[in-house]
Design a binder for this molecule. Structure first.
Ligand SMILES: C[S@@+](CC[C@H](N)C(=O)[O-])C[C@H]1O[C@@H](n2cnc3c(N)ncnc32)[C@H](O)[C@@H]1O
Length: 342
């Protein structure tokens, strides 16, 4: 009988030190995304020297950053040749990969998320984000005031959403005809997939005006079936539609602000049988890992937002005058929680 050598679990000291320095993984990932390293591996493996020449970086330093990422299966170094290879995760960092995550990585590690995260202790003490103290305005107001930050967010958000939009559109049985409003729909990736899958539906993409300028609805298959509408979802939402989508909207806000948004939707839901679909992570109980638990802390540090469990969604819907319906899982990390006009 052969035995495999037993590798003892790391000591608490090693574990905690690794946890404390885990931000360097994020930093190395950001560097690789900004330098476009994955794009230069699309045609095959290359050494750090070749990658450095192609990206305008220092070869020794680039190799060390990539070596760290390789410990998490983002890139792989062939130690015999010194060449770096793409892995499935690194492949998704290519700018032209289907559902590329490059822009999402840049957005998630950009200053509006990165800097408040470093002050989490202050956020936890105060029970509110320190974002406004650092940037002088709340998150979305900052994005409006600083167009470059707004562009990083909008492109990153669209990239993050690209892999989840179609599984979400596929997970729900939409009516054969009628109108769908995507409330805070960003560049329209979800509405696009819903309309492509449901040829009898028309759609309205509702968001702030600068965001709508770069929408992605202009496809030959969708001609004449959509319009954009700029506005503020705290004030009003386009009325009289059959379905209202709110994807990754409620998680940005505290309960009081969510109720303002949901009540604006409820007022707009004048058609009998009109339904609202809150699409967000639905947090499980217990200690098991869930991507929503990480996103929850991000929402807390930069936005005063939160991820919620099913009872919390039902409470908000009920307070806004909607009857909680089904909770449907999707093949993404998000679920669909229905609210119906009672
Ligand atoms: C987290 S993003 C979600 C975007 C999109 N639903 C998705 O899942 O990809 C939040 C969206 O809410 C929009 N938003 C923020 N405040 C808004 C407001 N007061 N009125 C309308 N849209 C707003 C932002 O512009 C952004 O597109």
């Amino acid at each position: 009988m052969t035995t495999t050598p037993h590798s003892p679990s790391p000591s608490p000291a090693v574990q905690l030190t690794e946890h404390a320095l885990a931000y360097l993984h994020s930093a190395a990932l950001r560097a690789a995304a900004l330098l476009g390293v994955a794009d230069h591996l699309a045609d095959g493996p290359r050494t750090a020297e070749e990658l450095a020449a192609a990206t305008g970086a220092d070869a020794g330093h680039l190799r060390r950053a990539l070596r760290l990422l390789a410990t998490r299966e983002v890139f792989r170094e062939d130690t015999a040749t010194g060449a770096f290879h793409l892995t499935p995760a690194a492949d998704a960092l290519r700018s032209d990969a289907p559902s590329s995550l490059r822009d999402a990585v840049v957005m998630l590690t950009d200053d509006p998320f990165w800097r408040p995260a470093g002050r989490l202790a202050d956020t936890v003490r105060a029970g509110r984000t320190v974002f406004d103290d650092i940037f002088g305005a709340p998150y979305f107001a900052h994005l409006e005031r600083v167009p470059e930050a707004g562009t990083v967010f909008d492109t990153g958000m669209a990239g993050l959403a690209e892999s989840e939009n179609d599984p979400i559109a596929a997970a729900y049985e939409f009516p054969a005809t009628g109108t769908v409003v995507d409330v805070g729909g960003g560049r329209g990736g979800l509405l696009r997939q819903v309309l492509l899958r449901n040829p009898g539906l028309t759609g309205i993409l509702y968001d702030q005006e600068p965001v709508l300028r770069h929408h992605t609805l202009d496809l030959p298959d969708l001609t004449g079936r959509w319009q954009t509408a700029p506005g503020d979802f705290f004030t009003a939402v386009p009325p009289g539609a059959d379905i209202y989508l709110l994807k990754r909207i409620l998680h940005d806000w505290n309960d009081a602000d969510c109720l303002r948004i949901l009540r604006a939707c409820r007022t707009a839901m004048t058609r009998p049988g009109s339904r609202l679909l809150a699409i967000d992570a639905v947090l499980p109980q217990g200690n098991s890992p869930h991507p929503g638990k990480t996103m929850d802390v991000l929402m807390m540090t930069s936005l005063n937002g939160r991820e919620r469990d099913e009872p919390a969604f039902h409470h908000l819907l009920t307070e806004a005058g909607l009857k909680p319906g089904r909770t449907l899982p999707t093949e993404s990390t998000l679920s669909i929680v229905e609210g119906v006009v009672g």
